[in-house]
Design a protein around this ligand. Sequence first.
Ligand SMILES: Nc1ncnc2c1ncn2[C@@H]1O[C@H](COP(=O)(O)OP(=O)(O)OP(=O)(O)O)[C@@H](O)[C@H]1O
Ligand SMILES: [Mg+2]
Length: 585
Amino acid sequence: MNELRRLLPYLKRHRAMFLLGFVFVTISNIFTIIVPAIIGHTIDLINSDAYSQAQYGEVIVEVLKILLYSAIAGVFMFLTRRTIIVASRKIEYELRRDMLAKLDILPQRFFQQTSTGELMALGTNDVPAAREFIGPAIMYTANTLTRCLFALMQMLLLSPLLTLWAMLPLPLVSYVTYKIGKIVHVVFRRVQDQYAVLTSRTQENLSGARVVRSFVREDFEAKSFAALSKDYLQRNIKLVKVQALTMPLMMTLIGMSQVIVLYVGGKMVIADEATIGTLAQFFMYISILIWPVISIGWVTNIIQRGAASMGRLGKVFDATPDIKDSDKTDHSIDNLQGRIEFKNVHFRYDKQLPDVLSDISFRLEPGETLGVVGETGSGKSTLVKLLPRVFDCSKGSILIDDVNLRHIPINTLRSGIAVVPQESFLFSATIADNVRFGNPDASEEDVREACRIAQLDEDVSGFPDGYDTLVGERGITLSGGQKQRTSIARAIVRRPAIIIFDDALSAVDTNTEEKILRGLESVMKSRTSIIISHRISTVQKADKIIVIHDNHIAEFGTHDELLQAGRYYADMYQRQLLEQEIAEM
Ligand SMILES: Nc1ncnc2c1ncn2[C@@H]1O[C@H](COP(=O)(O)OP(=O)(O)OP(=O)(O)O)[C@@H](O)[C@H]1O
Ligand SMILES: [Mg+2]
């Protein structure tokens, strides 16, 4: 239940609405409870020996009162919903908004441990479950409490003995409610778990649809999905069975109450200890109490579900971004010049894992270009992830403009660096919007210029809607090379002090590569650039080149120096020359 405390700030923010809701529900229930009293009184009036024409008018007045009071009760019940349920919808919106805002600042590490499906289920399942606690659960609790209180008061005034008898089955109702609630909770949890598995699987299958098809795994995937789906169905059927049992069981218990009242009350009427009106009034109270008493069980479930959901949401809300501004941050730094220095930098992905990078040191002046080559898996991408602080280095220090990265405000740092990642990610928007993602203030001309440099403009002019062409989910309608170049244009339009290309030309032919590099010259002249590549041709013009091998810098120098050295780099160059010659034969 502690988990529900997380909702307090949200409830507090909307406390006026909730207070108003309580006032409304109280008024509604006062009028609901008065009606049976009037009916009882009217029955006794009609039943009395003294009933005469003169009282006919009185009966009419009573009937009109009943109509009026019922209407008032209805109006206030409507107002209760309008306040409490509306507030719960607002809180649902705030919860979802806060969750996404939090997800946006959580570290990469978090997403390595949590699947997308699990996170989707939080938004689609757990946030609504929390809302049900805030809305219906709170509203029905308030309703049950006030209604039971007023009804009991009335019943006790009429006949304490009969009240006692009528209430006899109540503890049993509570007990059964509690038991069923517990079972429902366990079963529901199993449903939720399977739902998360199912969402994960669906999401992976959809985004990996091409892979599934090309490996002819449709049958396999369909079968295993069907199995998971069936499991989900069975868990749901079990839930339905338990839930289906609730209502009849409650009705039986309530029925017991009515039977007792009929028996005891009937005897009282016969013995002239109570009037028929009183007995009728009692029956009405019992039927008025049916729903609130049943709703106790229902509300218990919602509260338990809400608590479980808030527990799961807590995983997001409690996670802290491990990389953030601290008291050492120098907020006066608002832009970067682009001088980069690595001093004996070590990095490992986890304490238990070995170093991926060890003892890396180099220095780049603003405007210089660094080429990085090395075998696959040698740590090149990891190296550049340290600059925008996707990860912090484990040992050593990284300086930009001679200031430790950790002292630069994260926002300044990240706005000053543009990365063209190894795997481009495009949004399902237009080409222009995808490029402008790099810099929302970019003008149309800026976007076109960036695309010209990235050699994308010719491709775009061939598209049906030019720059307004939608690229489909993750850019599915574009070729690998077109996606990469969109990604490059996105980085260019950002006008960063530092620009990083992580194997960003791997999907274009050498010819296009040359054109892009030539176009980039003007861009790179004024910025510090890091180019990672498997191709010597991409890095050979760089001012400095490092070769990463066995986690450390194995070679360092210019293209010519490295050829002279005749080691790994020179080998690689020879091999690629040969490949090119063969290709050109
Ligand atoms: N998030 C991660 N958690 C744990 N280990 C990782 C993670 N990312 C990468 N690694 C490991 O770190 C090493 C370096 O990976 P990295 O991506 O930096 O290589 P790379 O040089 O960029 O390779 P490639 O040329 O194939 O892109 C690899 O052994 C990889 O398995
Ligand atoms: Mg890489």
